[in-house]
Design a protein around this ligand. Structure first.
Ligand code: ADP
Length: 159
């Protein structure tokens, strides 16, 4: 079975990597699909976000990185996949994720969303927290892959 993990990944954190690694043991293939979101201002471009994911996941042969724009269900149809992977950190994620999962299924009854619960050591982690810490030149080495740490340093030096 093939599952798609959609998200912004701006940037990818060890929390995302943990979910992806665990899913790669449960499913034949996992595609991490980076959302091209015109309305949300991202720190990293779509190409940068995909490259950081590719480099962080290069040791896995059943994990792929792709991008999509528009509706997730249209992308799933195009790829002929009916499984969506999402991570749940806290109760606060649940409400939003439930709404998304129900909305997607209302469009297509065959779509199922599979949730993996965040590992406790990463359950407080979010991309926005990482951007915040990095913007003040704080230490993010415990929370992101090394390539992401380097990319954040470059971004905030440039800025
Ligand atoms: P989105 O903008 O779609 O929320 P994110 O990149 O923030 O995209 O997150 C993608 C998915 O990964 C979501 O299901 C989110 O709940 C989950 N996620 C984010 N951070 C973590 C984490 N630290 N541990 C587990 N899951 C996470």
């Amino acid at each position: 079975m093939h599952i798609i993990y959609p998200g912004s990944f701006d940037p990818v954190t060890l929390g995302h990597i943990d979910i992806i690694e665990r899913a790669s043991k449960l499913f034949d293939t996992v595609t991490v699909a980076v959302l091209i979101n015109q309305s949300k201002r991202c720190l990293f471009t779509i190409d940068e976000r995909m490259e950081l994911l590719r480099q962080s996941l290069k040791d896995y042969d059943n994990i792929y990185v792709d991008s999509f724009s528009g509706l997730l269900i249209d992308y799933l149809k195009k790829r002929d996949v009916s499984l969506i992977l999402r991570g749940l950190r806290a109760v606060s994620d649940y409400e939003n994720e439930l709404q998304l999962a129900l909305a997607n299924r209302s469009q297509n009854n065959d779509i199922e969303t599979v949730f993996l619960v965040a590992s406790p050591e990463y359950s407080f982690l979010s991309s926005s927290l990482i951007r915040e810490i990095a913007s003040f030149h704080g230490d993010v080495s415990k929370f992101v892959p090394e390539v992401v740490e380097k990319a954040l340093k470059l971004k905030y030096e440039e800025g």
